[in-house]
Design a protein. Sequence first.
Length: 795
Amino acid sequence: MIRLAALLMAALPAVLQAFTPAVELSVSPTNIVLSEKAEATISVLIPKRVTPSLSADFIPEGMRLQMERQQVRRDGGIAWRYVAKVPVEGDAAGVRTLGPVTAHIPVRTDFFGMVSQTAELKSGTVELVVMGPPEAGRPDSYCGAIAEDFSATASVDANVCTSGDPLLFTLELSGATDAAMVYAPSVSAAFRGASFRLDEASLKTETLAASKRFTWRVRAVGAGTVEIPSVEVAWFDLRLRTYRIERTIPIPVQIKAGEQATLGAMDEIGGETDEFPVPDGISLPFTPKNFTLKHAVSLAIRAKTDKDFAAAAERYASFVELLDTDRRVAQAEDGVAYRAVHLCNLAALQAMAGKPREAIASYSKSELITGATPETVRGLKAAYARIKNDPRADLPLPRILFPFWFGLPLLGRVLSAVGVGLAFAVLFILAVRAGRRLAVLALMCGTACSAFAFPFGRSAFSDFFDGMPGFRMGFGNDVCPIGVAACFSNAVTTVGEPVEMIVRLNPGTVRIAENSVNIEAGFPDKATHGRLRQISDSEYRVKTTFLEPGTNDVRIAVSGSYSGSYTVTNGNMISTGRVMNQSFRVVPQPLRVVVRPLPERGRPLDYSGAVGRRFRLTQKLTPDKVHPGDLVTAEYRLVFDGYCPSNAEVRVDNLSREFKAYEMKEISHDANSVVWRQMIVPRTTAATNSALVSFSYYDLQAKRYARTKAKPVRLTFVSADRASTENTKVSVAGDVPDGDRPGNVAEVSSMVLRFAPSVNSPVVVTLPPGTEVRETCRWNGWRRVQSDRGAGWTH
């Protein structure tokens, strides 16, 4: 490098000899909070109009700086100022030194315009003070979030459960400038004295794109319709420079009375002492004929404690031994045909009895018959969790690395082992003894294939010669043989009224390749559009809706590929040729559309921006047979042809004071429908009718504002002994009426699966609403269903 003063001064006229180049560095603001961003400004003042290159420790590697150029007067002469701005983030508390910045300035160029000599110029340093949130006044519920707009949302996986059932409580925190700094706030104080027991050790954390999610397991205690209390979450406001409190909305949960349905024991104060997983419930796809089997099944259904399960397992083991020793028992209809089922049932009972090693042996014998199944895998996880004394213990490493092997029955494993051994033996012989013969054989095969492909196949050089005309016509859109014409179906439209963008192609003598056309459109931010539809071989359409008034120029580009002979006239030149799979890109003139605003006259106060035709609103109460204090879910469904914004809500009027209503939430939103859900609780039998629900929109057909209404729905009050069964009604595959999705839980309440067909049997898993299930067998009015979470009995 050559000194900047010597190089620059020698090349400048005498009038500029007094001018000294400089690099200045500044930062604003000089004091920031953790995760807040400051802006570093770099100013380079040089006597020549040449763009400098900058480097510094705070400039990310590979970052392209946008530099502003300005001509200024300095010391009686003309100079050039280049300014670049770089965002700087405070990632750790303390004083951060920025700089120096090194500017590389071109001084000389060679004959070809390449820079041959450069000079370096360095700036001074500046200090950036990064502060953490203050310790003084920090609330106990602080979660580490630093934000300008923060939100906390709480949810639970089921709103109806039985006393003792486990629930998942989820707290989602959004808006933090740095999600990595957010940690789980203390929520134990909120659950103290409530009808729920919080398992703080069950905390699971999930980091999403713009939020952080924390999930705890809680257990319902008592009976009645109660609330998961509001949770306080403190955060630091960057704009106000102070701590603020965000409170979640209470969540209603109906707890139905029943025996303690826990997976483990609970201590005297209700705290959880055992949260180990349990295997799937026993399966009874047969009718027991053998006395020993009948006795074992009876003991399993009545079992509550480890001692009860041990007795049932011992009796069931006696029956399994009879399958091997007594031929008559094995040939019975409940015998060896269900051997794998019997082994799984025995393993499940042994796991519940606290004998995990015996359970692993029984599950392994079952897998030799059927291979690994979801039922055996879940059972083995439960057994290994007991052995390792870790509720979250996973399967041994070989089962994780080789799932294919364990998924095979005994015969498959033997054949696989023999096949792998033979394959290795053949490879060894070929590698060691064949040597050069193997290479000669491969060369002969390649030569034969090439000789066969030459007379009968396509020449390897044909693609090259076919593409030669493409080199001659590669001058952009001027010589493209394909014409493009585009327009909107209406040049003048109204906010929310859909219009179609029509694109027509004129291929001339060439043929456009099928499914190769792609249309890029630069729609404004306040516009929505559908998918590209092909009307014919040369016409394409896209439905578009503009959401704000104004004049919009939409730029489009059409690309694809074509083949065939072409003739293109470009001025006085005529270009002809033949191409194969030649790509093209055409950019026509921008399309202009004028969007008129909606009228102000007659606009309702609750109008949210919905525009379209045929808006229909309905409401549904689930369940509709209740008694006072039950939790009822009101679902409002809006179906329409048009546009509905994401912040729209229905209007609820005339809701009786005999109801306690909770906040309404949007649960689904697609192109033609929106569904909101609201929890309500009837306090007395006088709360018979739901609210009058309505929604305002602009009718494009009538050219005026309109309102669609959903009539109130009547509740029916039943006796207490019937209400408990009405509120737990669910549907499984085979029982779902036509029109519903098969295999999904249809109601709001959760489905509790038990180990055996008895109300006293322990709970295997609680399925949240919407879980897909499949029925496998029935027993005395109970049904055994399977899901991805587990299998068990329900009624």
